[in-house]
Write a protein that binds this ligand. Structure first.
Ligand code: S3P
Length: 428
């Protein structure tokens, strides 16, 4: 599908965004190992989270769809999951394959996880290896490093593990496996990654303790509880950046998640010169949320590096758009993880934004962006990567003429309805 974008000169809008992808995945998976019915409101009915629901159903768990964004999961901690009769297909979803690998490592049966072309190229040794250390049998292509992954779980023992990269997917896989292991499981990471798993497990009554960069989990019984999923700050990011890059604009995104492990984008936009305000802050199931307003002003280039990277890991493509219109250089470092996301995002975003007349060079672990003033609409590719497609669409808002994003159907992975929200900006 082609997405057609025309430039826009000023924005003054209030928008709503769908539920958080990370929290939606976790609500179904954790609900499935809890006792009782987990009622989930504002669930993200995006392709990735629907893959999680399909896999969980194949494991013998009932998931009732009251509406597409209101689910009820009938948990089976006490009676257990069933061995799936067929392959578990995670589609494009890294969170589904890695977190589910952790849960399946704890189950006394055989299962196979697979996914699309992109998933089968993404590194899986990062979860397979520590799960083997815990006692699970995990096989995969290329000496166990790539999906499909075959898992024979059960009889786990807790381990102390230091992750090689700050990754919530690795940390969460091990914490979820740790619920089924003997003794405690201790995970230490090099920098803080998103902590939604810890927060939700705690809310469901698990024994979980965080001390700096280390998290400890012990086998625990979980009790279902209702979840209201906050709006996804990673989806909000596209509209926050839209407000920031068009001087004189103001955009408010309602009910966006404000978990501090995810709000790096707000810190960066403020440092670049945008005015950010937060209103109606509240807590829901241990997660902060609120309305974020961004007022656009002339932006200046910044350095984005170090511990900030995991706090905005999924926002780097859209921050590259902000860097492109900012005065001076924006340097992104310590972001080599972007090469192993849904696409090689460093290469994809540099290649695609340069089609508009941007000046972006790839480095070995980031981007060097020289801000420009004038851009021409372009025909760009999505690489079948939702965040690349949406970042290109955003660039089209500040480029003259028309922009076409090819392969834009992948946007449904995380943001069904993106085009409608984008079009609504023109009517306000
Ligand atoms: C996610 C963690 C991040 C992020 C991904 C979602 C999660 O991946 O990029 O979109 O839900 O745990 P990594 O853990 O690989 O950094």
């Amino acid at each position: 599908m082609d997405l057609l974008i025309k430039p826009i000169t000023k924005l003054n809008s209030v928008v709503s965004i769908p539920g958080d992808k990370s929290i939606s995945h976790r609500s179904v998976m954790i609900g499935a190992i809890a006792d009782g019915v987990t009622d989930i409101q504002n669930f993200l009915p995006g392709e990735d989270c629907l893959s999680t629901v399909r896999c969980i159903r194949q494991l013998g768990i009932e998931v009732n769809e009251i509406t597409p964004s209101h689910l009820q999961v009938i948990g089976k901690r006490s009676t257990g999951w069933q061995e799936p009769e067929n392959l578990l297909d995670v589609g494009n979803s890294g969170t589904t394959i890695r977190l589910l690998a952790g849960l399946l490592a704890g189950q006394d049966f055989f299962s196979i996880l697979t996914g699309d072309d992109s998933i089968r190229k993404r590194p899986m040794a990062r979860v397979a290896e520590p799960l083997r250390q815990m006692g699970a049998q995990v096989w995969g292509r290329h000496e166990g490093r790539y999906a499909p992954l075959a898992i024979r779980g059960g009889n786990l023992k807790g381990i102390h593990y230091t992750t090689p990269v700050a990754s919530a997917q690795i940390k969460s896989a091990l914490l979820l496996a740790g619920l089924f292991a003997q003794g405690e499981t201790v995970v230490t990471e090099p920098a803080p990654s998103r902590d939604h798993t810890e927060k939700m497990l705690q809310a469901f009554g698990a024994y979980i303790e965080t001390n700096g960069l280390t998290v400890v989990v012990k086998p625990s019984s979980l009790t279902a509880r209702p979840i209201i999923v906050p709006g996804d700050i990673s989806s909000a990011a596209f509209f926050l950046v839209a407000g920031a890059i068009i001087p004189g604009s103001s955009i408010t995104v309602k009910n966006a998640g404000l978990n501090p492990t995810r709000t790096g984008i707000l810190d960066v936009l403020a440092e670049m010169g945008a005015r950010i305000t937060i209103a109606n802050e509240q807590e829901s199931s241990g997660e902060l949320m609120g309305d974020i307003t961004v007022e656009g002003r002339a932006l200046k280039g910044v350095v984005i590096a170090g511990d900030l990277i995991p706090r905005l890991i999924d926002e780097i493509p859209v921050l590259a758009v902000a860097g492109t219109v900012a005065e001076g250089h924006t340097i992104i470092k310590d972001a080599a993880e972007l090469k192993v996301k849904e696409s090689n995002r460093l290469n994809a975003i540099a290649t695609e934004l340069n089609r508009f007349g941007a000046d972006i060079q790839e480095s070995n672990d980031g981007l060097i962006i020289k801000g420009q003033r004038r851009f021409n609409g372009a025909v760009c590719n999505s690489y079948n990567d939702h965040r690349i497609a949406m970042a290109c669409a955003l660039m089209g808002l500040v480029a003259s003429g028309q922009t076409i994003v090819k392969g834009a159907e992948c946007i449904d992975i995380s943001f069904p309805g993106f085009e409608q929200v984008l079009n609504s900006l023109r009517n306000d």
